[in-house]
Write a protein that binds this ligand. Structure first.
Ligand code: ASP
Length: 441
């Protein structure tokens, strides 16, 4: 082995455990930049294959984990009163971070107009067509929202399970969990069964996490090798605004939530969640990160299993505040690029639909650019009509996706911590004493 590689390996192995993944991300970016896909297709295929193996392995445990976690979580909350109280808090806190996110997205987009001056990318013909289409259907499309909610109710839960439709699955499992909690002792066989499933899927996760470092290295290398680092120059204003929005969430909104509603220290929570944040960044999937999110919360933040298994699976699927911020900013960016004027009320509609679209968004890579179609629909537009604008969005999506997933996961952890603090379900000693933290990855 060459001396440089020996040093790299030694650094990786010797680094503190929670820096392994960070190290994998940096090394992946460097190697990806050195082997652009255009010149080294085989290397790129190998990275992509290795990364996919890792993602698929984690995805393999997600459905059994979500189902068992929610059932065990709700059943252990016992009486309906505590369940209702925690559920209400969860909705309120998730709403707090998501509403803040869309407001930040709309304000940044409105003030800094990231989509203007993109004439070079957008053909005037398409811009005109998009404007006409928007004008023709501006106020319509209200019935879409009813259909969207209707599709969330599973007419056949087994079908939803087989298809991996997370929102209908969660709704069914949630109702099943409530029923089990209410029927009393007779629920024991089913709840014990799911307790075993939960414990064993967490064990499988521990095994899969042995591959976290090479897996995340391969994923990062593959995406940098595909897209390169230079594409970011052309639309730097838009990119900077997205990241400013994310930083505001991280440094103002989450700390504000923690300050207003708990006695916890946000920086300790961030430190304890480092691994989950890095895995989220590397995989760009909140669902795939869920096992690590739960492990960080239980083994480091000190949140009880009861709260973790109820709040985190729901958060990983339905709380996507950074996605909502991104979608709001994207729609404003696209409409500006195509010369479409949005009035205040339409911007409010965009924000509302971004909240809905983000919460129906699966926790998988690239999902935001799929459900953004729902937000565009209220403007009478489709992604196909805005194809040049979308091409720009797709070019930058991976890195933005990695960052927004990191935030989506962080806000789940922050909300779970605040609820745990309110309910006295957190081990504050553990959180404040880093020496006692258990290993996660
Ligand atoms: N990748 C994101 C997540 O898993 C969803 C998205 O914004 O595309 O949280």
């Amino acid at each position: 082995m060459k001396i440089q590689s020996q040093i790299l390996v030694a650094l990786g192995l010797g680094a503190k455990r929670n820096w392994h993944i960070f190290f994998a991300i940096i090394a992946g970016a460097i190697v990806g930049a050195l082997f652009p896909a255009a010149n080294h297709p085989t290397v790129n295929e190998i990275f992509t294959f290795a990364g996919q193996v890792f993602i698929r392995l984690i995805q393999m445990v997600v459905i059994p984990l979500v189902v068992s976690a929610i059932i065990v979580g709700i059943a252990s909350l016992g009486d309906g009163k505590q369940l209702g109280k925690i559920g209400l808090k969860m909705v309120l806190y998730y709403a707090f971070v998501t509403i803040a996110a869309v407001v930040i997205g709309a304000v940044l987009g409105g003030i800094f107009s990231p989509g203007t001056n993109l004439e070079g990318y957008i053909s005037p013909q398409q811009a005109m067509e998009a404007q006409q289409q928007f004008n023709a259907t501006a106020a319509a499309q209200k019935e879409n929202i009813t259909n969207m909610y209707l599709n969330m109710i599973p007419s056949n839960p087994i079908h939803s399970l087989a298809n991996g439709d997370m929102v209908p699955i969660i709704i069914f499992v949630f109702i099943l969990g409530c029923a089990l909690a209410v029927i009393g002792e007779i629920n024991r066989p089913v709840v014990s069964f799911f307790e075993s499933i939960f414990a064993s899927t967490m064990k499988i996760t521990d095994w899969i996490m042995v591959l976290a470092m090479p897996g995340i290295f391969a994923l990062t290398a593959a995406s940098v090798s595909n897209y390169g680092l230079s594409v970011f120059g052309d639309i730097s204003k838009f990119l900077i605004l997205i990241f400013v929005g994310f930083i505001l969430q991280l440094t103002v909104i989450y700390p504000l939530l923690v300050k207003l509603f708990s006695k916890l220290n946000i920086w300790s929570i961030y430190r304890a969640s480092a691994e989950a944040m890095m895995v989220a960044f590397g995989t760009a999937s909140s669902s795939a990160t869920l096992p690590v999110t739960i492990a960080c919360c239980e083994r480091r933040v000190g949140i009880s299993n009861k709260i973790c298994s109820f709040v985190l699976p729901l958060g990983a699927t339905m709380n996507m505040d950074a996605t909502a911020l991104f979608q709001t900013l994207c729609v404003i960016f696209l409409t500006q690029a195509y010369g479409i004027q949005l009035d205040f009320l339409t911007i409010v509609m965009v924000c509302l639909f971004a909240i809905v679209a983000s919460s129906t968004c699966a926790g998988i890579p690239g999902a935001a650019l799929i459900t953004i179609a729902l937000v565009l629909k209220i403007l009478g537009l489709t992604p196909e009509q805005l194809v040049q604008g979308f091409a720009i969005l797709f070019t930058i999506d991976r890195i933005v996706d990695m960052t927004r997933t990191m935030l989506n996961v962080t806000s789940d952890i922050v909300v779970a911590s605040v609820i745990a603090d309110n309910e006295n379900e957190i081990d504050r000693e553990l959180l404040s004493n880093q020496e006692t933290w258990k290993e996660v990855v």
